[in-house]
Design a protein around this ligand. Structure first.
Ligand SMILES: [Zn+2]
Length: 410
């Protein structure tokens, strides 16, 4: 039972982003610092423990900081499972109770409980001994919100438990403890910064590749909990402001400038030489794209593919990564952002933009270095540094130069 997540984490790290960690913040959509700031920044999710202590998870203590993680949205209903499930309304009164399994659905701005009772638009739900939300286990509490017929399920997770849980999805357990500690600070900083500028008034982060992968707190291996514990409360700041602690699997020899990747210069996200990720399985990679695949990608990117379909790098960043790609066929030619091409081709296939592409019989051969956008902390590089004896502070100082480690609240 516990072996599978461990094994999976290892596989996922090797398999890259887009649905599989290590996720890449920039590839989850908007570049850093471009996230819209909506409304005031709550420091607490506004959910306090409700009566019915038998149901409240033991990990939650008064005064702990919580992160609101969107587990599901865009659907009309969600299934909750737990031996005992209790739901409270915003007035703090017990609104419903069930055992085993409950289907909750949005009906306009109201929540239908188990196909019968129609309750208000917001419910705070806890389960004992634990709560399962959809396919995610080990969720302590969840806030359900009906919004225009859509049901949002938002886990309310103690910050440090969130850090350990995310780490278990974003890094392999075999990594050196100092590398995991550095990652823990990056994960925590990302979350605290996100909570300061929430994505939505109702939640801080999305529990998927869009932000950081969160798959519940069930069975998080001890190495990840230890990494969170050791760095409890520590975040990175640049001139007093929380840093954008983006990270990626493998830089392939040199990290990328935020400006080249996202068009915005961030002083602590500038290219660094890194020779510590050489043992990453993605340090050098090759991908053969078939003709059919190339045609599919070209079509998706607006170029009707003919017999003379061509794919070529049309511009590079100062670190040698592709910045533009040109696709042409039958007199139609389109030049686009290389990142857009990589997304269409598949993040796990074209693993980085540090790449060359040449036509070969039956398709194209991509050869490249590294995995991910290359900005910020190089995970395999961090591990290499740790194995050479570096501590997590040294690792963070290298990949986020000029930042300072401080407590979560200055
Ligand atoms: Zn590296």
């Amino acid at each position: 039972m516990k072996l599978l997540p461990l094994f999976m984490a290892g596989i996922l790290v090797l398999s890259g982003c887009a649905g599989a960690p290590p996720r890449e913040p920039a590839e989850r959509g908007a570049p850093p610092a471009s996230r819209p700031s909506i409304g005031p920044a709550p420091t607490q999710p506004g959910i306090t423990p409700r009566p019915g202590a038998a149901v409240a998870p033991p990990s939650e203590t008064t005064g702990a900081r919580f992160i609101r993680v969107l587990l599901s949205g865009g659907t009309q209903e969600v299934v909750l499972e737990g031996e005992t499930i209790r739901a409270w309304g915003v007035d703090g009164r017990l609104a419903a109770e069930a055992a085993g399994r409950v289907t909750v659905a949005a009906v306009g701005e109201r929540i239908r409980w188990n196909g019968a009772r129609l309750l208000g638009d917001t419910l705070d739900v806890a389960g004992a001994p634990e709560l399962r939300v959809g396919n995610r286990k080990g969720i302590g509490r969840v806030r359900l919100l009906a919004r225009k017929g859509e049901l949002l399920a938002i886990a309310v997770v103690p910050l440090e438990a969130y850090v350990a849980a995310v780490l278990s999805q974003e890094a392999p357990p075999r990594f050196h403890p100092e590398a995991l500690a550095a990652m823990a600070v990056a994960v925590r900083t990302y979350a605290v910064a996100a909570a300061a500028k929430p994505r939505d008034p109702a939640y801080d982060v999305v529990g998927s590749v869009e932000d950081q992968v969160f798959d519940g707190m069930d069975g998080v291996p001890a190495v990840f909990r230890e990494a969170a514990d050791r760095t409890r409360g520590l975040v990175l700041r640049y001139r007093g402001e929380l840093a954008r602690t983006v990270y990626h699997s493998t830089c392939g020899g040199r990290t990328e400038d935020a400006e080249s990747a996202w068009g915005k210069d961030i002083p602590y996200l500038r290219a660094q030489f890194c020779n510590d990720c050489a043992d990453s399985p993605a340090y050098r990679w090759e991908y053969r794209m078939s003709e059919a695949e190339g045609r599919r990608v070209a079509k998706a990117l607006g170029v009707p593919p003919g017999k003379d379909l061509r794919i070529a790098v049309a511009g590079r960043t100062p670190t040698g990564r592709a910045s533009r790609v040109r696709i042409s066929s039958g007199g139609v030619s389109r030049e686009l952002q290389a990142a857009e091409f990589r997304k269409a081709a598949g993040y796990a296939k074209v693993r980085s933009l540090k790449m060359e592409v040449v036509p070969v019989a039956g398709g194209w051969r991509f050869t490249g270095e590294g995995w991910g956008h290359g900005v910020g902390l190089c995970q395999f590089g961090a591990n290499g540094m740790a194995r050479r004896g570096a501590g997590f502070r040294e690792i963070l100082a290298r990949y986020y130069p000029g930042t300072e480690i401080s407590g979560e609240r200055p």
